[in-house]
Design a protein around this ligand. Structure first.
Ligand SMILES: Cc1cc2nc3c(=O)[nH]c(=O)nc-3n(C[C@H](O)[C@H](O)[C@H](O)COP(=O)(O)OP(=O)(O)OC[C@H]3O[C@@H](n4cnc5c(N)ncnc54)[C@H](O)[C@@H]3O)c2cc1C
Ligand code: SF4
Ligand code: SF4
Length: 1024
């Protein structure tokens, strides 16, 4: 793609086109790990650009333009498929469907839903649930794959027992064709689009059939042999049992599941292990109304076929974890896939042959389709062989997938899909007649093959390789069979790298399924793969294999994760994602001394000198404390519990701390408050990667608690709570510090007292109001406190609590601190997503208890003009007790204004602008007579231009010597640019030099190109 073409795309799509080389690498693959011997046959698959059209008009324009310019277009939804369909084998443009993600309409009468192609199943189903409906069927990639992607790829999944293949459940599809027209496909014409992987057109939206959402009954059954399983299903079909879904695993899979690591929280298992028997385990779902009929007949069938009903616990566990099939990948860390469809009548034979011929542990998942393509029952078998893609032997194990395919074909089966790898099997997969139609249509509308080249039909090197591989399969098989596979996590057994060994293992264990992508706020605030957990794992693989290097942008990508922890819960492989990024923060910033976000340097200095991040004076830390409570709870008093206010409630949103202590007092809690000696909890330094400083602060805070005689810390701020509850104990353990401190959140104490009747709100005159509750990530997912704040809200008279769509452990992050510090406009977009939910729920007020969430949501509400008020929970409860508190909004907006201005200043552009206001002083401050020399050069035409190449070398050396001299004028200029409160301006002479010392060595390289021309202009007299 040439520069003119790039310029066109940039003008047309602005921030929805991406040419960044590394970003393009992240859009060059799907879930499959291709072995090193096969990769060269595929060739380069890194696109020239990624484009994200946001509506049909843009799709059409893009198609017209690409066809005119002979540029290949490869559609990509969530890339959760593994057949190479999304690989841009002719480079060109990857067309990302990310922004076509809306549910358009639901027709209850007709029982259909119309949605854009790029919407994820989970989201469609959530919209349907509000109308009492649900989808007919879905793939087990439901949390991370799209509706359009499934029609394009083709497939069966949960619900296929009753509803068959997905294509049968599609009413119509609206498709952008290669000639730039848009056409609606229905009935038999859908064959030209379904399973065609975008080779004939891009699905823009589609209408699919849905069903009433009835409650399901789930049971699990076990049986020893595949032949028994086959008999059971055959009898079920014969008896016409009204099942909705029938899926099963083989004994090897059961064994692997029993061994796969559990989801962890704070380094401890966060779920119970449910052991599966070493047998075939099937999970059956049917509508509750059919339970009597199903159960009566099923018992009889099982009795006949050596099956038994397994415990409810197993059924519940298997159903709850039905999407988490990738947990077993942790034992690989790679899996070689083999996916086939076989007639039900050959299930037993097929399984037995695989066991006989394949000398590797093949773990299998099966899905029964009652009415298969030829009307008879068939079974989709997804097999995996654990292997290690980093070893050459992976090539041999990979070849066994061909062996499985051959066994399937010998039993009347076929490949599941075509894509890039199985084009040679297309007639078996789709049928001869359909292929002929598809080819004729393709020739007619896309003769040059620009739409998803190299897929489904046509010829490529891969096809010959597959054919040859198939012929020589019996010769290759022994190699695959003789590879010794170690099954299990072995985090230590690595080529040494600078990345922690467990993080390396996780990078390869990540299945790239994409469940973590859509709901990651770092991702949805920006929209690019590099910003998602999946993208970061892939980047790490690229780094480990020597194809990527650290740069500041990549460091920032790991730093800017908001630590919301939602990805940990969503991950199909139960990977500890957020803790892995946390480890990298320590490695990158604390160990390697790379640059953290510049505002953290300012906070660090304020923290070192005054113990808080807002650059207030320590002597003012306790100013908020109510005068009348000082004797009872104030500084200097000993008590069993200590209230910890944290920085933001102490210096900005005073109402939070004031209301919290009022509530605790009214509830009869014996507590004290340390006052001035209290320090920031350290969260900002932990996430900034400044871990030495964090450890220092933690030590001081632990000492403060000891001085008060307390053994319990009561927090109001969720980040402080998380430190005292989870992080300090862990760090204290590692550093050998005595730690016997319990942590309670004030809402937990109050909820208990409300429950026991010890604390009651009086009837009050508060106007009835509808509120919603924002679960902040750090009190919710990090500390598990979900119900106590709700109990408190419900106890306040005249308050009606409504829930937002994403609540409790699924709650969305507000987008605070790290996004706000790094990318304020992105923070406002993420914040709006959260506030939109509150508006949709009909709430007038959003209640929160996290000071940082409140700052972020208040700033967002103002920026985006949202019709909701953000109120602190303790404040509302305190109001209900008859107390008034100062309005925090003026302080929030003025202090945020200062912060925001500092964020803009502490960028290369900000510093360049600042330097532009002080050229005379900067030139005079140059050491060794350089300033004078520069002035003389300025007078000689062209001389400075000759010197320009030296500036990047010169400036980093000179600047440290110049800064002390120009500091007074710099402080004046900063004060003029940023109207600061007095206490901050007073501290600037001490803070600013330290901040500059920390930042400039990292940033100067980016500043020099920005100041070279302005300085030359000044010296040559073009500007003053
Ligand atoms: C954990 C896991 C479980 C899975 N379970 C199942 C399962 O139960 N059943 C099953 O069938 N598959 C399953 N899959 C495979 C995969 O999820 C499905 O094929 C899914 O439908 C792909 O959807 P996607 O949105 O990721 O599409 P992608 O993978 O992005 O695309 C699939 C193909 O369609 C094309 N395409 C995508 N969108 C469009 C469009 N709008 N217009 C035209 N062409 C388009 C792409 O070019 C590509 O060729 C699973 C995968 C994983 C990782
Ligand atoms: S913790 Fe939150 S922001 Fe960070 S990667 Fe996970 S989901 Fe994204
Ligand atoms: S991190 Fe987990 S959820 Fe995300 S792509 Fe990897 S395996 Fe899937």
């Amino acid at each position: 793609m040439d520069n003119n073409q790039k310029a066109y795309l940039k003008e047309k799509f602005d921030n929805r086109v991406n040419f960044d080389e590394m970003e393009c690498v992240l859009y060059s693959h799907d879930i499959a790990a291709i072995p090193s011997l096969i990769a060269p046959l595929i060739g380069r698959t890194v696109p020239d650009a990624i484009v994200q059209p946001q509506n049909e008009e843009e799709f059409i324009e893009l198609v017209h333009w690409a066809v005119q310019n002979n540029i290949a277009l490869t559609p990509r939804a969530k890339a959760s498929s593994g057949y190479g369909g999304v690989l841009p084998v002719k480079q060109g443009i990857v067309v990302d469907f990310f922004r076509l993600n809306q549910v358009l309409s639901i027709d209850k009468q007709a029982q259909t839903v119309t949605c854009q192609a790029g919407v994820v199943w989970e989201k469609v189903d959530a919209a349907l649930a509000k109308e009492g409906l649900t989808v007919n069927l879905y793939p087990s990639s439901y949390p991370g794959s799209t509706v359009g992607g499934w029609l394009a790829q083709g497939g069966a999944g949960f619900g296929s027992y009753q509803y068959g293949w997905f294509r049968e459940n599609v009413v119509s599809a609206r498709v952008a064709l290669p000639d730039g027209s848009v056409s609606i496909f229905t009935g038999a014409d859908l064959d030209l689009i379904a399973d065609a992987e975008g080779t004939t057109g891009f699905i823009i939206d589609l209408t699919i059939k849905v069903q009433p959402k009835d409650e399901l009954d789930i049971i699990a059954i076990g049986c020893p042999e595949a032949t028994d399983l086959q008999s059971i299903v055959e009898d079920i079909v014969k008896a016409d049992l009204p099942l909705w879904s029938f899926v099963f695993i083989n004994p090897r899979m059961a064994e692997m599941k029993n061994r796969s690591p559990l989801m962890e929280h704070n380094g401890h298992p966060a779920e119970e292990r449910v052991l599966l028997p070493a047998s075939y385990v099937a999970t059956i779902a049917f509508h509750k109304k059919d339970a009597t009929q199903v159960m009566a007949k099923l018992q009889e069938i099982l009795h006949r076929c050596q099956g038994e009903i397994l415990s409810e616990r197993i059924a519940e566990h298997e159903w709850k974890n039905r999407f988490k099939i990738m947990a077993v990948k942790r034992l690989g860390p790679s899996l070689v896939p083999a996916e086939v469809v076989i007639p039900l009548s050959r299930l037993g034979r097929f399984m037995a042959e695989v066991e006989n011929k394949i000398n590797q542990p093949v773990v299998k998942e099966g899905t029964v389709v009652r009415k298969g393509k030829d009307g008879k029952p068939e079974v989709v078998i997804l097999g995996f062989i654990p292997a290690d893609q980093r070893k050459f032997s992976y090539n041999f194990v990979f070849s066994l997938s061909l062996s499985i395919m051959k066994i399937a074909e010998a039993n009347g089966g076929r490949a599941y899909s075509t894509g890039l790898y199985f084009k040679s099997k297309v007639e078996k997969v789709l049928g001869t007649e359909r292929v002929a139609r598809l080819k004729a249509f393709k020739n007619k509308i896309d003769a040059r093959g620009l739409f998803n080249p190299g897929k489904v039909i046509g010829y490529s090197l891969m096809d010959s390789a597959m054919r040859i591989g198939s012929v020589f399969e019996p010769l290759i098989r022994p190699f695959g069979n003789h590879v010794i596979t170690h099954i299990g996590e072995s985090k230590k057994n690595y080529p040494l790298t600078d990345i922690p060994a467990d993080v390396v293992w996780y990078a390869y264990s990540c299945s790239q399924c994409g469940y973590c992508v859509e709901e990651c706020d770092q991702f949805y605030g920006r929209g690019w793969e590099s910003q998602s957990p999946r993208g970061k794992w892939y980047w790490l693989r690229e780094y480990l294999e020597g194809r990527a290097k650290w740069n500041q942008a990549q460091v920032d990508t790991f730093l800017v994760c908001t630590t919301c922890e939602l990805c940990n819960l969503r991950c199909s492989a139960a990977l500890p994602i957020e803790p892995s990024w946390m480890k990298l923060r320590g490695k990158l910033i604390n160990q390697e001394k790379r640059m953290t976000f510049p505002p953290f340097e300012m906070m660090a200095e304020a923290l070192r000198s005054e113990g808080n991040i807002w650059a207030g004076y320590r002597k003012n830390r306790a100013d908020w404390f109510p005068e009348d409570l000082k004797d009872k709870h104030g500084p200097g008093r000993k008590a069993p519990a200590m209230y910890f206010a944290g920085c933001t409630a102490s210096y900005v949103e005073h109402d939070i701390a004031m209301a919290a202590v009022r509530l605790l007092d009214k509830a009869g809690v014996d507590f004290t408050y340390a006052g001035e000696p209290e320090n920031c909890c350290g969260t900002p330094m932990l996430v900034a990667g400044k871990w030495d400083l964090f450890a220092d602060i933690m030590r001081k805070n632990i000492e403060v608690v000891k001085q008060t005689g307390a053994d319990t810390v009561i927090a109001s701020c969720p980040a402080c709570d998380m430190m005292w509850r989870n992080v300090y104990p862990d760090w204290a353990g590692k550093l050998g510090i005595d730690y016997n401190i319990k942590t309670r959140h004030y809402s937990e104490i109050l909820a208990e007292k409300i429950k026991s009747g010890e604390f009651v709100f009086p009837a009050n005159n508060i106007q009835p109001v509808k509120v919603t509750w924002h679960d902040s990530c750090h009190i919710g997912r990090a500390s598990g406190v979900y119900e106590a704040p709700r109990d408190l809200i419900k106890a306040i008279p005249n308050i009606q609590l409504v829930e937002m769509e994403h609540n409790r452990e699924n709650a969305h992050c507000c987008g605070s601190v790290l996004t706000l510090i790094k990318d304020p406009p992105v923070a406002a977009d993420i914040g709006k997503t959260r506030l939109d939910e509150a508006v949709e729920a009909g709430a007038e007020k959003v209640l929160a208890l996290c000071p940082c969430c409140q700052v972020q949501l208040r700033v967002t509400a103002k920026k985006k003009n949202m019709p909701v008020e953000v109120v602190d929970l303790a404040r509302l409860a305190g109001n209900a007790l008859g107390y008034d508190f100062p309005d925090p909004n003026p302080d929030v907006h003025s202090q945020w204004g200062v912060f925001d201005a500092f964020i803009s200043l502490m960028t290369p552009q900000g510093f360049a602008k600042l330097m532009g206001t002080m050229w005379p002083q900067l030139i005079d401050a140059m050491p060794f007579g350089m300033g004078l020399m520069m002035r003389v050069m300025g007078k000689i035409p062209g001389a400075l231009n000759l010197m320009k190449p030296m500036f990047p070398v010169l400036f980093p050396k000179l600047l440290p010597m110049m800064l002390p001299k120009v500091m007074p004028v710099m402080l004046e200029r900063v004060a003029a640019l940023i109207p600061m409160p007095d206490y901050m301006r007073e501290q600037m002479p001490e803070l600013m030099p330290k901040v500059m010392d920390s930042l400039m060595p990292h940033m100067i390289g980016d500043v020099v190109p920005l100041v070279t021309q302005p300085m030359t202009d000044y010296l040559t007299g073009k500007t003053k």
